[in-house]
Design a protein around this ligand. Structure first.
Ligand code: NAG
Ligand code: NAG
Ligand code: ZN
Length: 439
């Protein structure tokens, strides 16, 4: 492509360090529209590079992409966009202002005691917030919960996983299947941790749901990237990656969801450290992804369903992400995905209509994802990435605090369907065939 040279020049100049008292003052939010395949390809190329923060990607031609650009690069970007004929418009002149609005909702957070949970505001990860909640549950419900300190983040935060189980299987031939759920591997996707917390809350604190952990075990990580998450709350709201220090770059962090060792760097991932989709210096370079991998290996073969919460877009995505091909059990994955989508729609909180497809076909090619790895290597029979709704929020990832509850409630309706399927296939059906009738 003739514009290739200018991309390289642009990108070399965009290797900047965004940290140190970060502010979005003067940052602009652009809508950029690609009208043909060449323009789209050019945009996708830009996306792999630093300096442009893509908040929203268009899936079809003519649809706007939302991109945040730092003040010092705006002139340059505009020049390049004009030179290749990409249409753009500035939709937010000063991004810091929309951040202030969200911060105000933070200052209105409800009073909370230590160990409480809320779905009316976003929680912090740390010891007096999410972790305190998990520790409180483990202390209060020792018969059905178990806390595991399964890893330590790059910056030294405790990564906690909570198990919910009624105890081991009494049938030695049929171990209980585990549903494994994580959230927040992408730091800025704030609606993801509450979705996981709500599942924990419903399972542990609502006695009406006791049947859901009789024959099925649960393992849930509400915040898989605590460093990045904390950083989005303290500094840069739209930070996506981990916060690891990289060997040969001033930019920090790796995209945890490109860092798993299955077709690592095959597609939809960047080798440029400053890029949003930087896959890491090698697969499993991040303590957070290693911690997840190690948990799977320690619990060899028990996970039958892997769910990972992201935002946004109302998508239920199953493997593969690394290429535009379907797995052998696509029939099951699509069938179950459709059932879940229907249940969420019928829960009727936000009228969310989920699309169900493979990651690569429904969203874009992305290799090295946790969902691909969990199925191919981690031994989970079924695996889904759930892109939660944005609700009626105007800007990418800035979900309204008032919509946390409706979003997590409708999502829970889908979780019940996942549970029924897993229980039937990996418990009821197996128990029927292995148990000899007795009086
Ligand atoms: C489980 O153990 C088997 C046999 O040792 C091994 O081949 C497989 O890779 C392991 N799988 C996981 C997910 O640990
Ligand atoms: C359970 O077994 C029945 C009978 O073989 C089958 O029709 C059904 O699809 C199975 N359920 C699941 C969830 O696999
Ligand atoms: Zn994500």
């Amino acid at each position: 492509m003739p514009m290739r040279a200018s991309v390289v020049v642009l990108c070399a100049s965009l290797l900047i360090n965004w940290t140190n008292g970060f502010s979005y003052e003067g940052y602009k939010l652009y809508e950029i529209v690609a009208n043909d395949i060449i323009e789209m390809k050019y945009l996708r190329e830009l996306e792999k590079q630093a300096g442009l923060n893509f908040l929203k990607e268009a899936y079809s031609l003519g649809e706007p992409n939302e991109v945040v650009v730092a003040p010092q690069y705006q002139k340059e970007i505009e020049k390049i966009l004009k030179s290749i004929g990409l249409k753009y418009k500035i939709v937010v002149e000063n991004v810091e202002e929309i951040m202030e609005a969200e911060r105000r909702t933070f200052s209105l957070r409800p009073f909370m005691g230590l160990g409480d949970v809320t779905f009316r505001s976003f929680m912090f990860h740390h010891e007096v917030s999410m972790n305190a909640y998990l520790r409180r549950l483990a202390g209060q419900y020792p018969e059905i919960t178990k806390l595991e300190h399964f890893g330590t983040s790059f910056e030294g935060r405790d990564m906690l996983l909570i198990r919910v189980s009624s105890g081991p299987s009494s049938n030695p031939d049929v171990p209980k299947p585990t549903i494994f759920i994580d959230a927040g591997i992408h730091a800025r996707e704030w609606i993801a941790p509450p979705a996981a917390l709500y599942i924990i809350h419903q399972l542990v604190e609502n006695p009406a749901n006791a049947a859901l952990y009789q024959n099925v075990d649960w393992a849930i990580i509400p915040c898989l990237n605590p460093d990045g998450y904390q950083y989005t709350q303290d500094e840069e709201r739209w930070w996506r990656k981990t916060r690891s220090v990289l060997p040969n770059s001033d930019c920090r962090g790796t995209d945890g969801n490109r860092n798993f060792d299955y077709y690592w760097m095959h597609a939809g991932a960047s080798s440029t450290p400053c890029a949003e989709t930087y896959a890491g210096p090698q697969a499993f370079s991040e303590p957070e992804t290693v911690a997840l991998k190690d948990w799977f290996f320690t619990n060899n073969g028990t996970v039958k369903l892997y769910l990972t919460f992201h935002s946004f877009g109302n998508l239920l995505l199953y493997p593969w992400g690394y290429d535009r091909i379907v797995p052998d059990d696509v029939g099951d994955l699509k069938y179950l995905g459709d059932l879940v989508a229907e249940a969420i729609y019928n829960a009727n909180k936000l009228n969310s209509v989920y699309m169900v497809d493979t990651s690569a076909l429904g969203l874009y090619e992305a290799a090295g994802t946790s969902a691909d790895w969990a199925k191919a290597v981690g031994g989970s029979a079924l695996s889904y990435t759930i892109e939660l709704p944005l609700g009626s929020a105007r800007y990418a990832f800035l979900n309204l605090a008032s919509e946390i509850l409706p979003i997590v409630q409708e999502t829970w309706a889908g979780i019940e369907v996942f549970h029924s399927f897993i229980e039937e296939r990996f418990w009821t059906n197996l128990t029927i065939t292995t148990t000899t009738p007795s009086s």
